[in-house]
Design a protein around this ligand. Structure first.
Ligand SMILES: Cc1ncc(COP(=O)(O)O)c(C=O)c1O
Length: 392
């Protein structure tokens, strides 16, 4: 069985027959001869129309399934499309969806919108004990079909959920566990190996890695993917093959990129932890992080996002962001460029005040998606912006 870096370069490449090339071609075609490709079946289906299947996408799907140790995968036009299709496929009138309250804001809003179809949506956690308590409650009440949605590494505090614990409780309660593995990446964690049923990703982030394409995927067992294939075909949220090509290209350097960005992130986290203008640092590779023990047990690497709290107030954070030179302001993550965001005014802006307080989101928090620049330049950039933010 090839290892991860080999799979991210070669996974799925044997799927397409024809002229030999190292680069997966872009099948920029909406239609295929049908009947005509009938003898050449993909997933037991003839190739007909790109909303259903496209050969470039099929290579990416096989590569992603290999990386996440799943039987099969599907690619979508965005991470949100992947999550929406998954929930649409699984939930029905009377189902209960238990959602960790620190999931990505759009995921939370999307989940809430299923209430109008008779789905009971319960926001719990982020402590694992509270999610388990919700599961026990639902099982006791005899709630309908149970689905649990968590992120393996949460935003912006990088809490690492104990997947072994949650998945065994889900199994006992008959719940389906969906894990958003966007922040961790399959190189650091493979949730299916820890008992999850379904893994979703925003491919927009680390897996494509260059801030130049939007996409999403779902990885699971063949049966679940087969059911989801019909949903994707009906909703029409398949990935465009050109985007697929860019993601296949980005994936080839995932291991190399992550190695550098994680080393940079650790150096920055350690630098910030001793800084006179910083009151708190969140990086799961630091012993001071509340998830350090779980992170050490579950992860192969601690990721490339560092969150910290500046001394001062909201204006200090704003001045800090405006004073950065190389690190650009943006709420995204996972690309070559280092980015900085202010959760209170971007990703978490629309949360009710009491929810922000419960999660610990305050005006002084800054999240860094650490990229591939020379770390000395990044540290100098941060140090100088911290000084400027404090009036020096
Ligand atoms: C953890 C997580 N999941 C899902 C998404 C949605 O992905 P996309 O923007 O590709 O739709 C995001 C986007 O930021 C995210 O951070």
């Amino acid at each position: 069985m090839p290892k991860m870096n080999t799979s991210s370069i070669h996974g799925g490449e044997d799927l397409i027959e024809g002229p030999v090339t190292f680069i997966t071609p872009i099948y920029q075609s909406a239609v295929f001869p049908y009947p005509g490709n009938g003898e050449k079946k993909f997933r037991g289906r003839p190739l007909k129309y790109s909303r259903e299947d496209n050969p470039t996408n099929l290579v990416l799907e096989k590569r992603l399934a290999t990386l996440e140790m799943g039987e099969d995968a599907l690619v979508f036009s965005s991470g949100m499309a992947a999550i929406a299709a998954c929930l649409f496929h699984l939930l029905e009138d009377g189902s209960k969806l238990i959602l960790s309250r620190d999931v990505y804001g759009s995921t939370m809003l999307l989940a809430k919108s299923f209430e109008k179809f008779g789905v009971k949506v319960e926001l719990r956690g982020p402590d694992v004990e509270d999610i388990i308590d919700a599961l026990h409650g639902a099982a006791r009440n005899g709630d309908g079909k149970l689905v649990v949605f968590v992120e393996s590494m949460s935003n912006p505090f990088l809490r690492v959920i104990d997947l072994d614990l949650v998945s065994s409780e889900c199994k006992e309660s008959g719940a389906i566990l969906i894990v958003d593995n966007t922040f961790a990446t399959p190189l650091n964690l493979q949730p299916l190996n820890h008992g999850a049923n379904i893994v979703v990703h925003s491919l927009t982030k680390y897996l494509s890695g260059h801030n130049d394409v939007v996409g999403g995927c779902v990885v699971s067992d063949s049966r679940s993917i087969d059911g989801l294939w019909y949903v994707r075909t009906r909703l029409g949220c398949t990935l465009d093959p050109h985007a697929s090509f860019l993601i296949l290209r980005g994936l080839k350097t995932l291991g190399a990129r992550l190695k550098v960005s994680q080393e940079n992130a650790r150096a920055i986290a350690e630098f910030l932890e001793g800084h006179k203008f910083v009151s708190k640092v969140y990086y799961p590779g630091l012993p001071s992080h509340p998830s350090y023990d779980v992170a050490k047990r579950l992860l192969n690497g601690f990721g490339s996002v560092v969150t910290f709290e500046l001394k001062g107030n909201g204006s200090t954070a704003e001045r800090f962001l405006r004073s950065l030179k190389f690190i650009k302001p943006s709420p995204s993550l996972g690309g070559c460029e280092s980015l900085a965001s202010h959760p209170a005014s971007s990703s978490h802006k629309d949360l009710p005040e009491e929810e922000k307080v419960r999660l610990g989101i305050n005006e002084r928090l800054v999240r860094l998606s650490v990229g591939l620049e020379d770390v000395d330049d990044l540290i100098e950039d941060i140090d100088s912006a911290l000084a400027k933010a404090h009036g020096y």
